[in-house]
Design a protein around this ligand. Structure first.
Ligand SMILES: NC(=O)C1=CN([C@@H]2O[C@H](COP(=O)(O)OP(=O)(O)OC[C@H]3O[C@@H](n4cnc5c(N)ncnc54)[C@H](O)[C@@H]3O)[C@@H](O)[C@H]2O)C=CC1
Ligand SMILES: O=C([O-])CC(=O)C(=O)O
Length: 333
């Protein structure tokens, strides 16, 4: 029975003996709930641990009634965090406050940096070998925060830390599909850099699609500020949750399949990277091949147009500032 289940799930050749345990931290929130729902539907998930400081018993009870072959547990409050994390192969973190109109993602730093640092400290203690998927904003800074916490604990492995920038490529496909009247599922856009405003750089020149300069400028701006569209439309009640849940579930699924031994899986993600190191930037998103140990191969930026070179020049100082802010937050006296 177990053997046939392993075979069906493609885990026979993986380092796992079974499907994965996935923990969601911030599971009762706007992203956390639909993300947890989608993960309950994922056949690579054996155990789903839902952690939040509020409401997880209800969310877990509700999701646990879905008749897929995984076990759901709810964990509420810091004293239950260790149990949620223990034995997790993957930890997804959408815990933290969302933007209101007029705010930048960096404005969330004061609240979310502390939340992410506390959760990272627990992850370093209870699941130091887990893969960490950071959704909480500002991603440009929260990923370095997690890295610094893991370094301090002596357990940092850059191949297991990911900033989730999938929503940027999801949006890029959608917006290009709309402009070109084509199926967005078939439009692939390499989006590089970070996850805020000018640090989000869609490389439309690599799509093989012909655009006018006006289309390029409008599409680039829309992809860079897609999050603001949702914040404005939600009018003070939050930011993207449903599209983010789908994007987060897609990235988690890609990683789980790669961990299970499936080859050739590539997703863009914000990781410790060599590609912009020459410009003093330590974390950067490009397409990344995922493998049985997380990051397998970080792809280069590839050929860019003159317009995209300018985007890069504008992004670098902002990225540097965001990264330094995260690093300093953990290392301040
Ligand atoms: N990476 C990306 O592309 C995106 C990131 N985000 C970010 O995701 C984060 C969450 O957004 P929403 O779900 O809309 O917010 P939300 O406010 O609906 O949910 C956040 C959840 O985190 C929980 N939380 C707060 N402190 C916690 C702690 N110490 N431990 C565990 N849980 C804690 C809250 O109780 C709440 O349930 C925000 O920072 C937002 O900016 C949002 C959309 C896209
Ligand atoms: O815009 C926000 O604050 C949330 C987010 O990161 C996104 O939707 O891309």
């Amino acid at each position: 029975m177990l053997a046939s289940r392993m075979f069906a799930r493609g885990f026979a050749s993986s380092s796992f003996q079974r499907g994965a345990k996935v923990a969601v931290l911030g599971a009762a929130g706007g992203i956390g709930q639909p993300l947890s729902l989608l993960l309950k539907l994922n056949p690579h998930v054996d155990r789903l641990a839902l952690y939040d400081i509020v409401n997880t018993p209800g969310v877990a009870a509700d999701i646990s009634h879905i008749n897929t072959n995984s076990v759901v547990t709810g964990h509420k409050g810091p004293e239950q965090l260790g149990d949620a994390l223990k034995d997790s192969q993957v930890i997804v973190i959408p815990a933290g406050v969302p933007r209101k109109p007029g705010m930048t993602r960096d404005d969330l730093f004061n609240t979310n940096a502390g939340i992410v640092k506390t959760l990272a400290e627990a992850a370093a203690k209870y699941a130091p070998k887990a893969h960490l998927l950071i959704i909480a904003n500002p991603v440009n800074s929260t990923v370095p925060i997690v890295a610094e916490v893991f370094k301090k604990a002596g357990v940092f492995d850059p191949s297991r830390l990911f900033g989730v920038t999938t929503l940027d490529v999801v949006r890029a496909s959608t917006f290009v599909g709309q402009v070109k009247n084509s199926n967005p599922e078939e439009v692939k856009v390499h989006v590089i850099g970070g996850h805020s405003g000018v640090t989000i750089m869609p490389l439309l020149s690599q799509t093989g699609i012909k655009f006018s300069q006006d289309e390029i400028e409008k599409l680039t701006h829309r992809i860079q500020f897609g999050g603001d569209e949702v914040v404005k439309a939600k009018d003070g009640t939050g930011s993207a949750t449903l599209s983010m849940a789908q994007a987060g579930a897609r990235f988690t699924d890609s990683l789980l399949r790669a961990l299970a031994g499936e080859k050739g899986i590539v997703e863009p993600t914000y990781v410790k990277s060599h590609v912009a190191e020459k410009d003093g930037v330590e974390y950067f998103s490009t397409n990344v091949e995922l493998g049985p140990n997380g990051v397998k191969k970080i792809h280069d930026i590839g050929p860019v147009s003159d317009y995209e070179k300018k985007l890069y020049e504008a992004a670098i100082p902002e990225l540097k500032k965001n990264i330094a802010k995260g690093v300093q937050f953990v290392n301040k006296a």
